[in-house]
Design a protein around this ligand. Sequence first.
Ligand SMILES: [Zn+2]
Length: 478
Amino acid sequence: MGPADEYIDQYLKENIIESETIQRMRHVIREFSSRTPKVIVTKCIDGRVHGSKLKGYPVTTIRFGRTDGNIVSTSQNNFWFWNRIDKAVNDARCNTPNMPALFIAYMHRSDIPGLGCAAHGGDEVAAAKAVKDQVAAVRKVFSRDQLYVIEGITNTDSMAETLIFEDGTVLDTLQIGNDFGFTDPSQIFHSVFLKYPIKDPAISKNIGFRTPEQLFTGKTFDFYDEFQTSLSMKSFLIREISGIVSAGEFETQKLIQPDLLNTLYQKLLSVKDLPKTLLPSLLYQIIWNIAYSIYQKRKLSLMNPDDRWKLLDHAEEIICYGDGFELLQRNKAVLVKTGRGDDTDALLVAKKVLSKNRQHEAKPYPIIIHLNVENSCELRSWADFNENISSRMNTMLRNLDTVFEKEEVVILTTFSYLDQKRFYPIKTKEDDPRISYPVNIVADINGDDKFSTIGLKTMEAFYAAQRITSAYEAKYFG
Ligand SMILES: [Zn+2]
């Protein structure tokens, strides 16, 4: 196995472990999302703005659109862009009645010169304009009770967010944290909450019967960095905050620092035309982000200069194209999704970013591009497989042909399921030498007369089982 395949092998093993964890905790994720709106977020392909951790939303609970600089064609003909929104709106209409879906379009910026949005050449006015144009177009199509639309800014230094509402109200979590003089994430909580074990037995068990205070100790805090603990706390907090808001128990609550909770609640109440059903989740998201960005700043201050720079600057290792990459950690990949109206533009920016990274740090393999197609349900026939996976893959591969025509690249082609996030390697073009990873789980069933659901399930299970033991061995025994 060459260096590229070795890299891919390790990458796929990490994915298997992570997808096992979300599978194990799926009931907690489900409970969390029963209390929050259907959220769709659009943002830049920059690896530093990857993921939903900074909002306190578990993986799989937010849909993402990603294009270079968050520039999109808002023409009605841009099927991918509008359809992604329609999925969230229809999901809300059918599954969270009375609660609109939530749409946030983000630009990103940095306080450090040169570390802004590469797609806009660091021009913050241009980055803001792309987001404003998009938000205006979406507001024209959907009413507030179907889809509530907010403009956002991510600060990639601290991962603090600024939300800009339709009436001009601005909520800047960095500013709020500073105004309150917070220096530690635990300070956003009520002192009583921090001191005593959580009464809910299931949550208490999931966090190892520790007091919340104990989750904010050590070099890294388990409150954020231990998956099961973090997820359980997210689920607990959204439930408790929803309870406080619906019962109006602001005077007696012993969960959040009282002044902070009151200030944020009053501010959100004053936003004109903000649907009341969105108040608990927005309150939760903002409180989470205030604490999260304080934690990020703390982490940075403890790092040596090299590691700090690696976190703040671009350090993406691969290009990911398609959907289903939510389990990857921040800054691992430049992520290109369909939906800009012209994918090749986004891929060109991705290529530029990655080539620059590789100049800083040479790699023993060519640029690796991971193309994943995600499906929302079981594939029951070869026609399903062709319609939803292989034909899409081939259409997307053509964009790679155009952009990487003159480059030597290695391509990994996989598919995944929406709720599982596990990458299954397949080859839809056996004769393409760029697709060199030696696993193809559909090799023996790729045809009308050979395919069966049980056959595919067996191959999927076989693939995972084969690797899971060695993946755990590698993780826990080096
Ligand atoms: Zn950007």
